[in-house]
Write a protein that binds this ligand. Structure first.
Ligand code: CAA
Length: 304
């Protein structure tokens, strides 16, 4: 297995005690992002424990993980033996307390600030007396507001993945004003050397770098549709064929999830008070009506 630090207990060349390599990771949440992060970590040789919130998720989360790994086998990217080894590295639990031995916990629950703060306050107590890093995969909420719920803000940061996690190479690493610089460096090294992704360090501002750029564009597409400028297929075609984007903005909003899109837009608007971040009425009405995009089969487009 690739490791990101020297052997536990040995000294670094500078004489400071070396940190143990991160080998035991916890993931909280088993939605699209949580499962993708668990898959990536397992394929990178890590011991992964996923905390879920319902009995149903204890069945559906392993199925979702197995289906994604099977897809890798079908595409010839993974051997059946690699898939089986990856599956064997992941366990699922409803008991957050079972994350007590994790060196890194990555939270990937829905984009709700109060929920994340409660969770971090609980996780803080669970990993008490350890130097575990608590990371959030939030897309938009400033890290300092989540870290404030803990007594270890120096050990809290953002590690923000992109959907689909197994495919997209970038990861934003986000420290708050209180995060220890060594923790940010450790996370960057972990993301690059263990997970094989490309880290960038982004500022602790709502939406960080990627979503602060992406969301005005996605929301403009919704406004174009709402004002009758063009239909959804034409708007998407404009960007796939005109700019060679892999998918158009409305299909991408459907992939992200329209509820998540609203939450991110609201966090950006709250931070900057710029109209370009405000969620358009059409997006609000669709979300309130349960049209959440690909995951519910209907958003701006229809999915089988
Ligand atoms: N798991 C594993 N592999 C997957 C996958 C998944 N869920 N989805 C697609 N792939 C792989 C496929 O196996 C395929 O690999 P090969 O080329 O080696 O065969 C490759 O990705 C392309 O997939 P497909 O041929 O099935 O479909 P596609 O060409 O239409 O690509 C896509 C699908 C990867 C989603 C592509 O359209 C894409 O990159 N879209 C943009 C996605 C994007 O912008 N994501 C960022 C969203 S913002 C975000 O996540 C952050 C946030 O905070 C909201």
């Amino acid at each position: 297995m690739t490791t990101n630090a020297t052997t536990p207990g040995t000294a670094s060349p500078t004489g400071t005690p070396a940190r143990a390599a991160i080998e035991r990771v916890g993931v909280v949440g088993s939605g699209i992002m949580g499962t993708g992060i668990a898959e990536l970590c397992a394929k990178s040789g890590l011991d992964v424990r996923v905390a879920v919130f319902s009995e149903t998720s204890l069945d559906t989360a392993p199925e979702r993980l197995a289906a994604s790994l099977d897809r890798g086998v079908a595409k010839g990217k993974l051997t059946p033996a690699d898939r089986d080894r990856a599956l064997a590295r992941v366990s699922f639990t409803r008991d957050l307390g079972r994350l007590a031995d994790r060196q890194l916990v990555i939270e990937a629950v829905k984009e709700d600030e109060a929920l994340k703060q409660d969770l971090f306050a609980t996780l803080d107590k669970i990993v008490e007396d350890t130097d575990a890093i608590l990371a959030t995969n939030t897309s938009s909420i400033p890290i300092s507001r989540i870290a404030a719920a803990t007594r270890r803000p120096a050990q809290v940061l953002g590690i923000h993945f992109f959907n689909p996690v197994p495919v997209l190479p970038l990861v934003e690493v986000v420290g708050s004003v209180l995060t220890d610089a060594a923790v940010v460096r450790r996370a960057e090294t972990f993301v690059r050397d263990v997970l094989g992704k490309q880290p960038i360090v982004s500022p602790d501002r709502a939406g960080f770098l990627v979503n602060a750029l992406l969301f005005p564009y996605l929301l403009s597409a919704v406004r174009m549709l709402e004002s009758g400028h063009a239909d959804a297929d034409t708007i998407d075609q404009a960007m796939t064929q005109g700019c060679s984007h892999p998918m158009g903005p409305l299909r991408l909003a459907d992939l992200i999830g329209l509820d998540t899109t609203v939450s991110i837009a609201q966090a950006l608007y709250e931070e900057y008070k710029e109209p370009l971040y405000a969620p358009p009425p059409l997006l609000m009405r669709m979300t309130e009506s349960g049209l959440l995009g690909k995951k519910t089969g209907q958003g701006f487009h229809t999915y089988a």
